[in-house]
Design a protein around this ligand. Structure first.
Ligand code: NAP
Length: 283
């Protein structure tokens, strides 16, 4: 019986069902994880269904911000980033949590051995994913976080939220047209996090001028998209350590699994599940 769902609009491309069911199966719990297309206007009604029929939910675009308003209660990290990607449902009470930040933090450790504490980051993007992960990084002891984004006001909203948390992390905005500032920042940063949607489509432009990247730069590059984007191709060409978003998806899903079951998931089984064709049982 389906007790867990991933919901989104669209959602058919989601790899979560195969990945999560691989973890459930390796614990002898069958395949209780399905998929449902939920439009934004259907979200309140879905919450009432989930309250009585489900034990857990993952939420993807565009539900993460609205879900933070609809949940009965939020964990501290979901409150801090005002975003929810996981619902934990126990005895009719819906708790919202955000595992995107810890997922990215563990992916950086897995891919590069890079801790968040004390490090400097350059985020390209200021949407939901950048918001949840950058606020988590500030709370986890990042030294400095700079943002590039097409819409400056969205980056400033995140910067204000981080400043209000008084974490001691220095934050700022860089206009990608200001080439000199960006070039200087690239020399100061330990890690670029690509968190825009640019790269999802084959003909998308790069998120910033890639000719500013140089082979001897002491940084690593993580693209949250799990495709070989132009940014990743350029980094590989220059010999800059780089990784795509697969491990972030695995690690944020693994954290959801722990929250639901209290059990440690088999990460290698989840990685193998990720490689299967996307989609799952519609329920
Ligand atoms: P979102 O809230 O819709 O934000 C989209 C971001 O991309 C914004 O910063 C937006 O800039 C920028 N953008 C979109 N189109 C652009 C364009 N034509 N030119 C310049 N900038 C553009 O989406 P999200 O949830 O943050 O997701 C962002 C990315 O993270 C997606 O690629 C998603 O696949 C990835 N992601 C990966 C994982 C994982 O586990 N690996 C998890 C979550 C998300 P504006 O603010 O100017 O609109």
């Amino acid at each position: 019986m389906i007790k867990y769902l991933v919901i989104g609009d669209p959602v058919a491309h989601s790899r979560s069902p195969k990945m999560q069911n691989a973890a459930f199966e390796s614990c002898g719990m069958g395949s209780p994880y399905g998929i449902r297309h939920v439009k934004p206007e259907e979200l309140p009604e879905f919450f009432e269904y989930a309250r009585t029929h489900l034990a857990g939910v993952n939420l993807t675009v565009p539900h993460k911000l609205r879900a933070a308003e609809l949940a009965d209660t939020l964990t501290l990290r979901a409150k801090q980033c005002k975003s929810v990607n996981t619902l934990i449902i126990k005895e009719g009470l819906i708790t919202g949590d955000s595992t995107d930040g810890v997922g990215l933090e563990r992916a950086l450790m897995h891919n590069f051995g890079l801790p968040v504490k004390g490090k400097s980051f350059l985020f390209a993007g200021a949407g939901g994913a950048a918001r949840a992960t950058a606020i988590h990084f500030a709370c986890a002891g990042a030294k400095r976080i700079m943002f590039l984004n097409r819409t400056a006001s969205k980056a400033f909203e995140i910067i204000e939220d981080i400043d209000n948390l008084q974490t001691g992390c220095f934050c700022g905005f860089i206009d990608s047209k200001e080439r000199e500032f960006l070039a200087a920042e690239l020399k100061n940063t330990d890690c670029i996090i690509q968190a825009t949607s640019l790269g999802l489509k084959e003909d998308d432009p790069a998120p910033f001028d890639l000719s500013l990247l140089e082979a001897d730069m002491q940084l690593v590059i993580f693209d949250t998209i799990y495709k070989n984007t132009k940014l990743l191709q350029k980094a590989a060409e220059l010999g800059i350590p780089c990784a795509g978003g697969k491990e972030m998806l695995i690690q944020q899903g693994a954290e959801s699994f722990r929250l639901w079951t209290g059990m440690e998931p088999d990460l290698d089984a989840m990685r193998a599940g990720f490689e299967l064709p996307p989609g799952g049982v519609e329920a």
